[in-house]
Ligand binder design. Structure first.
Ligand SMILES: Nc1ncnc2c1ncn2[C@@H]1O[C@H](COP(=O)(O)OP(=O)(O)OP(=O)(O)O)[C@@H](O)[C@H]1O
Length: 264
C-alpha cells in the first residue's frame, strides 16, 4: 500500500474572497505507518483528511492510493469520525456489520469477520449492547473495528479522542495503540494534541496555522508502548511544541491569506 498526496491545494470561496486552506501539500505514507497529522485549530487538518477520504474534491493536485487517483469515497479508505459516530439505534454487532452489509459481503464471511473483530477489540459478550450502554473505550473500539471491517488499505481518523477529558484520553490512547498493534493497518490520525501525536505516531506531520503548509515531518523513533516520562519522549514533545509556537509567533494574526477575486 502506498498513499501519495501530490501538490494538494484547497481553496474555499466565500462571496468574493478566496481562502487558501491547503497549499501544495506533498507527502507519501507507507504500508503500516501510523501518521499523526498535527496542527492548530483551523489549519486544514480535517479538510485534508476528508479530501483523502474522497468526501470532497481538491482544488488542485491529487491523492493516489496504490497509484489510483481518489475521486470518491471507497472501501480502501476507512474513516473514524470525531465522537465515533456510531449509529445509536444499532447494537455493537449491527454497527460493525453495517459496512459489510453495504458492500454485500456474503453472510458467512460477515459473521466470521465480525467474530474476529469482536475478539480483537475485546468486545465479546457486548455485541447486543447499544452505544449508550458502552464505556468510552468500548465506543472507541467499536468505531475502530467498524472502520476495519471492510479491510481498508488505510484508516483515516479525525480527532478520534477529541471529545474526552485528559485522563480518559491517555487511557484511550493506550487502548487504541494496543488495538492498532494487533492489526497494523496504515493510519492517518488528525490531532491538535502534541502529546497524542508523540504517543501514537510513527511519524508526525505538522501543518502550519496559515495556508495549510507542512512545516515539519518527523519520525518518532521510540519503542512501543511509549514511556511518557522518558527524556526522549519529552524531547520530541518539546521539539514539536516549539515548532507550533514559532509558527504562531511568525503569524500573530493567524489570519488566512486572503486574495480578492474578481468573480465578475
Ligand atoms: N466548506 C467550507 N467552506 C468554507 N470554509 C471552510 C469549509 N470547510 C472548512 N473551511 C475552513 O477551512 C479552514 C480549515 O478547516 P478544518 O476543519 O480543515 O481545520 P482543522 O485544522 O481540522 O481545525 P480543528 O482542529 O478546529 O477541527 C477553517 O478556516 C474553516 O473555516
Amino acid at each position: 500500500m502506498e498513499l501519495r498526496v501530490e501538490n494538494l491545494s484547497k481553496v474555499f470561496v466565500i462571496g468574493t474572497v478566496a481562502y487558501t486552506v491547503l497549499k501544495e501539500l506533498t507527502f507519501s505514507v507507507h504500508e503500516g505507518q501510523f501518521v499523526a497529522l498535527l496542527g492548530p485549530s483551523g489549519c486544514g487538518k480535517t479538510t485534508l483528511l476528508t479530501i483523502i477520504a474522497g468526501f470532497q474534491a481538491a482544488s488542485g493536485g491529487r491523492v493516489l492510493v496504490n497509484g489510483r487517483q481518489v475521486t470518491r469515497p471507497g472501501p480502501d479508505r476507512g474513516f473514524v469520525f470525531q465522537n465515533y459516530a456510531l449509529f445509536p439505534w444499532m447494537t455493537v454487532r449491527d454497527n460493525i456489520l453495517f459496512p459489510m452489509k453495504q458492500r454485500r459481503v456474503p453472510a458467512p464471511e460477515r459473521e466470521r469477520r465480525l467474530k474476529e473483530l469482536l475478539a480483537m477489540a475485546q468486545l465479546e459478550g457486548k455485541e447486543r449492547l447499544y452505544p449508550h450502554q458502552l464505556s468510552g473505550g468500548m465506543k472507541q473500539r467499536t468505531a475502530f473495528v467498524r472502520a476495519l471491517a471492510g479491510r481498508p488499505e488505510v484508516l483515516l481518523m479525525d480527532e478520534p479522542l477529541g471529545a474526552v477529558d485528559h485522563q480518559m484520553r491517555q487511557t484511550l490512547q493506550e487502548e487504541l495503540e494496543a488495538l492498532w498493534l494487533k492489526d497494523k493497518t496504515t493510519v492517518i490520525m488528525v490531532t491538535h494534541d502534541v502529546d497524542e501525536a508523540v504517543y501514537l505516531g510513527d511519524r508526525v506531520i505538522v501543518m502550519s496555522a496559515r495556508e495549510g503548509r507542512i512545516i515539519e515531518d518527523t519520525p518518532i523513533s521510540l519503542p512501543r508502548p511509549r514511556d511518557r516520562k522518558s527524556k526522549r519522549y519529552g524531547k520530541y514533545k518539546e521539539h514539536l511544541a516549539g515548532i507550533l509556537k514559532n509558527d504562531v509567533v511568525r503569524d500573530p494574526d493567524l489570519l488566512r491569506q486572503e486574495s480578492r477575486l474578481s468573480l465578475a
